[in-house]
Ligand binder design. Structure first.
Ligand code: 5AD
Ligand code: SF4
Length: 481
């Protein structure tokens, strides 16, 4: 039986030890390759792109173990939850599904695994040990590579297996991946985060910032091109800090340029922290046509006082200066953001500063959240005298303004011709495919399956707040709006 329990104190530690890059850590025994024969797995993913991508790794591992995927919970022999810890409502959703899974486990023989960011939290593991004894195995974000051993042990031992390391982490290069999309791929460029914004659990659940080596990233992109991929999204919690932990004098600007030179048609990157966004990066983005004019630039709050309490390392004015520079230097750029309302002690005046920034930036869209205290983070201990009703009311006001600007930005696309990568059938419109513009606008396009995976010129015929409709036009050069 394995019991490795997480510790926030350990997870917070950062040493100067060099990150270990392991090229052959993932291995399967002959026995493990057969464990899943005639068995199906159901994998549910919560949270951000990083988690989605981790699930793509888990799927490939389960595939190697001969399991088949099912999207029907009831027929699964193995159920895995890949969880998110960023806010309390993510927790609630997971515990909601666990209720159903428990019920199922009483009626049939099914193995249940609990993984991802929630597994890295002490309080959650405590709850699992005491209240969810029926969960068969638990694994953390650093333990995905060991999934075959854990599953094997869980089948043999009847005791709960828990393997959650609270280390700074390593970089493991040979974990396989089963991608959900045939045309767009996520490519990790770094793991973890060292920013420690005071509200955020990520530096604890994901560990120290660890950049992958440039050659490993470029080689992955090269393989994707060979496999017909059109688009890559470079993934990290704070991609602009890429390379700072490597001692090779190589930055995000260098990486962007080298990825652009591979010739892949579309490059995106998330998430950018304003602090590390330098002029070199802006120059490279504007220089290469295959780096998409789309930037997700979380501001979190428009109040310099709150930003300081959040540990964000920039003021409202500094953010606005960067924002203006991006708009000036990158033609046609779309910028989106994340905003937290109701941070401890946020006054109406602080909130007005946030609305003020939104009025200036007129974001293409934004993800907005009510502050959710996460155990172990500094902000969870700050005095919070704002009532929930007040926070909800602020969120509503903010969302109204955000939606207004989303629609206004979208309106500018009407009758314009824009490039769209058609990636799937539209779930909303019959006889349509869906895809995204270079600026990340969702468009439903009248087209048949021949166009799947193609970047086409689309004339926008109608516009809503969240999406647009369009038709393919036969012209070689699209007009940038
Ligand atoms: N409460 C609310 N929102 C949070 N985020 C991160 N931590 C919290 C929290 N404790 C938001 C931030 C971040 C996004 C991914 O989630 O806006 O950019
Ligand atoms: Fe969390 Fe801040 Fe790191 Fe983003 S930069 S993951 S908000 S600590």
């Amino acid at each position: 039986m394995t019991v490795n329990i997480p510790s926030l104190t350990e997870a917070r530690k950062r040493t100067n030890n060099k990150v270990l890059i392991k090229k052959n850590a993932y291995q399967l025994t002959e026995q493990q390759k057969k464990i899943g024969l005639n068995k199906k797995y159901y994998l549910k993913t919560y949270g951000c792109q990083m988690n989605e991508h981790d699930s793509e790794n888990m799927k490939a591992i389960l595939n190697d173990m001969s399991f088949q995927e099912t999207d029907n919970l009831e027929e699964a022999d193995l159920i895995i939850l890949n969880t998110c810890a960023i806010r309390e409502n993510a927790h609630n959703k997971v515990f909601g599904l666990l209720g159903r899974v428990k019920h199922l486990k009483q009626t049939k023989d099914v193995l249940v695994g609990f993984g991802g960011c929630m597994a890295q939290e002490e309080v959650i593991i405590d709850e699992i040990i005491h209240k969810y004894k029926w969960i068969d195995f638990v694994f953390g974000t650093h333990n995905i590579v060991n999934l075959p051993n854990l599953i094997e042990k869980a089948y043999h031992n009847k005791k709960q297996e828990i393997e959650v390391f609270s280390c700074e982490g390593e970089v493991i290069e040979n974990i396989p991946v089963k991608r959900d999309n045939k045309y767009k791929a996520w490519v990790n460029i770094m793991y973890g985060c060292d920013k420690f914004c005071t509200y955020c659990i990520v530096p604890y659940t994901r560990g120290k910032q660890r950049s992958r080596l440039p050659e490993d990233i470029i080689s992955e992109v090269g393989d994707l091109i060979k496999d017909g991929y059109q688009e890559v999204t470079l993934l990290g919690q704070n991609v602009n800090a890429y390379g700072k932990d490597l001692d090779i004098n190589y930055t995000m600007a260098n990486l962007l340029e080298d990825v652009a030179k591979t010739g892949i048609n579309r490059i995106r990157f998330v998430t950018s922290h304003p602090w590390d966004f330098n002029d070199d990066m802006i120059d490279i983005i504007s220089k290469y046509d295959n780096i998409m004019p789309y930037i997700h630039l979380p501001i979190q709050s428009g109040s310099s006082r709150i930003l300081k309490l959040m540990g964000r390392r920039y003021t409202k004015e500094e953010y606005l200066t960067l924002f203006k520079k991006l708009k000036e230097k990158i033609p046609n750029v779309a910028i989106t953001t994340d905003i937290i309302v109701g941070f401890p002690g946020e006054t109406e005046k602080d909130f007005q500063d946030t609305l003020d920034v939104v009025d200036i930036c007129k974001y293409d869209s934004a993800f907005t959240f009510i502050f959710s205290p996460r155990v172990g983070t500094p902000a969870s201990k700050m005095e919070d005298n704002v009532f929930l009703e007040e926070k909800e009311e602020r969120l509503q006001r903010l969302n109204q303004l955000i939606n207004q600007y989303s629609k206004e930005n979208n309106d500018k696309y009407l009758n314009k011709i824009v490039p769209v990568l058609l990636e799937d059938y539209s779930s909303k419109k019959k006889d349509c495919l869906k895809g995204y513009t270079d600026t990340m606008k969702l468009v439903n396009v009248k087209a048949d399956s021949r166009y799947l995976g193609k970047i086409v010129n689309v004339k926008i015929t109608s516009v809503k707040t969240w999406s647009m409709d369009g038709e393919i036009v036969n012209c070689e050069n699209y007009v940038k709006n």
